[in-house]
Design a protein. Structure first.
Length: 196
């Protein structure tokens, strides 16, 4: 059975970030509960700041990142919240991959995408990266991606949301991650172009 490949893109570069824990847990849940699908976490930490002047001779790291996206069937973004918006480095990565560099064309267009996230804030008004997820949807829709809308996964109080083994204390989140991945795969297969 051919594998359905999901590109996992974590919006935080910090090694011990809550969102890094969340994407690693999502990867493990996919492996444990979904046959024929994998999440490959893409390293985009070496991307330089986007500069249109470099499009004629783009850095290899940008070409590699764009190729990684092109070689996957769908994308899972895991984003923290920064001032209620998308973290700047993540927006920078999206800018590079969306530009007409290399020979892969529009690598985002027509792809299924899902967004989840975690934030350390808790209590009334805490969104668990919900605002960042909403902000991230705007450029992804502009890039002609097709989002999975439910279930919505926004982990609040992330500093106390994980067990020592990386699993989420609240089993509700784990079940919803599996359901979201199932929905992402279903949508991705519907959108996937058949080989010529």
């Amino acid at each position: 059975m051919s594998s359905f490949k999901i590109a996992g893109i974590c919006g935080s570069l910090r090694k011990e970030s809550f969102n890094k824990k969340l994407i690693l847990r999502s990867q493990q849940l996919c492996s444990e509960h979904i046959n024929g699908a994998t999440i490959n976490i893409i390293d985009w930490s070496q991307l330089p700041v986007y500069n249109q002047d470099f499009e004629c001779d783009p850095p290899q790291s940008a070409l590699d990142f764009k190729n990684e996206i092109a070689n996957h069937d769908a994308i899972l973004f895991v984003t923290p919240e920064y001032n209620y918006s998308i973290p700047g480095p993540l927006k920078n990565a999206i800018d590079w991959a969306s530009r007409p560099i290399g020979d892969r064309g529009q690598v985002f267009a027509g792809k299924a995408v899902a967004i989840i996230g975690a934030a350390s804030s808790s209590g009334p008004g805490a969104s668990g990266s919900g605002r960042a997820q909403l902000a991230l949807r705007q450029p992804l829709v502009f890039l002609d991606m097709v989002p999975v809308n439910k279930p919505l996964i926004t982990v609040t109080g992330a500093s106390s949301a994980f067990n020592e083994d990386g699993s989420l204390i609240n089993d509700h989140f784990e079940k919803n991650i599996v359901k979201l991945l199932q929905n992402l795969i279903k949508l991705g297969k519907q959108l996937k172009t058949k080989p010529e």
